[in-house]
Ligand binder design. Structure first.
Ligand code: CTP
Length: 403
């Protein structure tokens, strides 16, 4: 999943030949899960049609303050458009538009919206090489960057004039990567690694049977996604789970048994800044695994169980700079039990969910948790979707590691 997923992007198109490439740009944005609205300068319609862009963006295209042809014309509110956007991109940005943006010459809807926008603004210049090198263009580019706008530099290559040089608009994929990387660089966990465990473990009894539990893995997957959305590189070590993830920052490591999860956790732990262990690890495993399927008999069957390794406690014993967070699923004496786990496993924080709370725990899409830190400071959260709970948990951790 791209960091652009769910972002509202306002694309301003001006009258350069590179405008034809904005069809691809809109498609890429939509594919990445962003919402797109397009504003065109009137002259840019000579290079690409509003119909193409409205079809691809799935939104009406705006180009004038109001439509003279329409009987019931509506004022296109540039302030609203500017406030709607999470980011604005002007591509291609011609010398003319760059000059107007830098001087505040507000003679079309695009410039009015640009002047009203409170979000980050990116621009991708496109023009002939001599225009790009002209001192007036360079002055516009410098001024715009001084105002805080972000330039996606033009590249070198063959230009519409037939000349070869600098002035080609960056390719759509490169424009998108530029914006993604820029957003990523501002995220609080950029450059940090996070380990998350999720799901159940299965402990084999014989080749066809196992001891397991009802954990879906959803809570852990949501924590992994929340961490990735904050810019972290995530190692998601998961037992058997139907859950899916598609964020390029998440590396999924599939395991089956507690022993495999233990090994995977110890493999990655030394690299990470944060570890959140939400897996419902089996506490016991059959002492001996039958090599052949156990046949049914009329007598009772006893399976001797041996304890599995406590992964969380083992990480607590070796932790250095890592912020280590465990989960406690309790049915009684919740706070006391959670605090005792926090202490005995040498954790920085523990997330308590009580099975007494309706909608909390394993097989639901919701959870109700209390975040308890090492100083025993408690933050109680309401019943929420596991997606929202994961965001709360990651924000609490962020507060702690920033403090
Ligand atoms: N955990 C673990 N390895 C285990 C068992 C549990 O890493 N073998 C982790 C879980 O991922 C969770 C925390 O320990 O973060 C607490 O698990 P829980 O089952 O509530 O606690 P236990 O220590 O197993 O104690 P009990 O089952 O007796 O409450």
């Amino acid at each position: 999943m791209s960091v652009l997923s769910g972002k509202k992007i306002l694309l301003g198109i001006t009258a350069g030949i590179a405008a034809y490439k904005t069809a691809t740009l809109v498609r890429l944005f939509i594919k990445s899960g962003a919402e797109v609205q397009v504003i065109m300068t009137p002259a840019s319609k000579d290079f690409i049609t509003p119909l193409t862009l409205s079809t691809l963006s799935k939104n009406p295209v705006h180009s004038t303050f109001y439509s003279k042809e329409e009987e019931n014309e509506l004022w296109n509110n540039h302030v609203e458009l500017g406030l709607w956007a999470d980011l604005m991109l002007i591509a291609p940005a011609t010398a003319n538009t760059l000059s107007k943006m830098s001087s505040g010459t507000c003679d079309n809807l695009l410039i009015a919206t640009y002047l009203s926008a409170k979000c980050p603004v990116y621009f991708a210049p496109a023009m002939d090489l001599d225009m790009y090198a002209h001192p007036s263009t360079i002055t516009s580019l410098d001024k715009l960057q001084l105002f805080g706008n972000k330039m996606i530099p033009a590249t070198s290559g063959e230009l519409a004039s037939g000349l070869v040089g600098e002035g080609r608009m960056a390719e759509p994929q490169d424009i998108m990567s530029f914006i993604e990387n820029d957003i990523l660089s501002t995220l609080p966990l950029k450059g940090k690694k996070v380990l998350v465990t999720a799901g159940p473990t299965y402990e084999a009894i014989d080749p066809v049977r196992f001891i397991g539990n009802h954990s879906s893995g959803k809570m852990g997957f949501e924590i992994a996604k929340a961490a990735a959305n904050l810019g972290a590189e995530v190692f998601l070590i998961t037992g058997p789970s139907e859950e899916k993830e598609n964020n390029t920052l998440i590396k999924r490591i599939n395991v089956v048994t507690a022993e495999e999860m233990y090994k995977a956790c110890h493999h990655y732990f030394h690299e990470v800044a944060i570890a959140v262990l939400s897996a419902a690890v089996a506490d016991y495993k059959p002492k001996k695994v039958a090599t052949e399927k156990i046949k049914k008999k009329d007598t009772t069957l006893e399976i001797e169980l041996a304890p599995t390794k406590d992964i969380l406690a083992s990480l607590g014993a070796i932790k250095q700079q890592q912020y280590l967070v465990g989960f406690a699923l309790e049915t009684n004496n919740e706070i006391v039990n959670a605090l005792s786990k926090l202490e005995s496993k040498n954790l920085d924080a523990i997330i308590l969910n009580s099975l007494k709370d309706k909608g909390a725990g394993f097989a639901t899409d919701t959870n109700k948790v209390t975040f308890i830190d090492h100083e025993q400071h408690q933050v109680h959260f309401e019943l929420k979707s596991k997606t929202a709970v994961a965001i709360d948990i990651m924000n609490e951790i962020l507060n702690k590691i920033d403090a």
